[in-house]
Design a protein around this ligand. Structure first.
Ligand code: SIN
Length: 341
């Protein structure tokens, strides 16, 4: 059971919000000479992060669990499963209004997608993060944490599923993606833009997320699903090796509107004939990959991840194949499932 902290002397009438901490730069620290690239992520415990934000005490009764303390580059299926279990535990407590997850920015978009796909979210589940460590000048973590708790506690956030709150913006967990190496406005939602914003204590949703979907199960066994890129003069070595290793699904970070180099395409077609699900996502960062014209074209032309980037498409393909391994041999049904989320 992870450690929990219960700050004292907080008015009982405030909503109860639980913070699940996983590490990241928001919990990072650095020596005085540190630059934006030289600090240690995931060092500051969640209790200290909360204490650094005194206004939280006027927003919610905040409790916290240190679920993990990692740099999110090292995210694992085990930690995703643990997070899902802790969300289920806290959601079952009758008076919890919302859940906040502190996370590293580097793979936040994958965790947000995993939670979007697996969590029923009767209460808001809000991920937040920081681009600057807690010890830096103008650290962005304290305000992001405060805003995330504001959103998690807010009535308008109910029914909006998994959210990402960072840099005063509210994004849908399905859509949010990191698009800058170091800027505090690193997160964007390429398809439709953010859902809303937080300005001091004003939480405003300006559009609704996509309609809620029936959640997929958290897998007990995770199929191998990998990402390969299409670029100038690729070899077929990686795809052939993946097929030989028993890969169940491959997401291609394809050029433009889903174009795949003919050499890579030949290797992928061979893999598809062996039952490997092949899905094209665009490496451009925005826009939809056109759907295959027909089921027949889907077999040779591979499937479309629509507007999902390769990393989010991989999470979806992982969960779909884990829930129903027969989808790998049924491109028509798999394409319909890919389009449903
Ligand atoms: C991480 O992803 O854990 C480190 C980088 C960050 O949080 O910005």
């Amino acid at each position: 059971m992870p450690a929990a902290s219960h700050p004292a002397q907080i008015p009982a009438q405030l909503p109860r919000v639980v913070v699940l901490a996983t590490g990241g730069t928001i919990a990072g620290s650095a020596g005085s000479a540190a630059s934006s690239a030289h600090y240690q992520a995931a060092t500051v415990p969640v209790g200290a992060l909360l204490q650094a934000v005194p206004p939280l005490q006027g927003v919610a009764r905040v409790e916290a669990e240190q679920v993990a303390q990692i740099d999110s580059k090292d995210m694992s299926f085990a930690l995703w499963s643990a997070l899902a279990a802790r969300i289920a535990y806290w959601t079952a407590q009758p008076d919890v209004a919302g859940i906040v997850i502190t996370h590293g920015t580097d793979t936040l978009e994958e965790t947000a997608m995993f939670l979007h796909l697996t969590q029923p979210c009767p209460i808001p589940v809000v991920l937040t993060a920081a681009m600057r460590p807690s010890t830096s000048l103008s650290a962005d973590g304290p305000l992001n944490l405060l805003d995330a708790v504001r959103v998690a506690a807010h009535a308008d956030a109910r029914g909006k599923g998994v959210l990402v709150v960072i840099n005063q913006q509210i994004h849908a967990g399905r859509d949010a993606t990191k698009a800058h190496t170091s800027a505090v406005n690193a997160f964007v939602s390429p398809s439709g833009g953010p859902l809303g914003f937080v300005q001091d204590d004003y939480v405003r949703f300006q559009r609704a997320p996509l309609p809620a979907i029936a959640p997929l199960p958290v897998p007990s066994a995770w199929p191998m699903v990998e990402i390969v890129g299409s670029y100038a003069e690729p070899s077929r070595v990686v795809v052939d090796a993946l097929a030989a290793a028993g890969v169940r699904g491959i997401v291609v970070a394809a050029a433009g509107n889903g174009s795949v180099h003919e050499v890579l395409g030949g290797a992928l077609a061979d893999a598809a004939r062996q039952g490997v699900a092949v899905v094209r996502a665009s490496r451009t960062g925005a826009g939809h990959v056109a759907l295959p014209a027909s089921a027949r074209a889907a077999v040779g032309g591979f499937l479309s991840a629509l507007d999902l980037n390769p990393y989010k498409a991989r999470v979806l393909l992982l969960l779909l194949l884990a829930a129903d391994p027969s989808l790998g041999a049924d491109p028509v049904r798999l394409q319909a499932r890919l389009a449903a989320f």
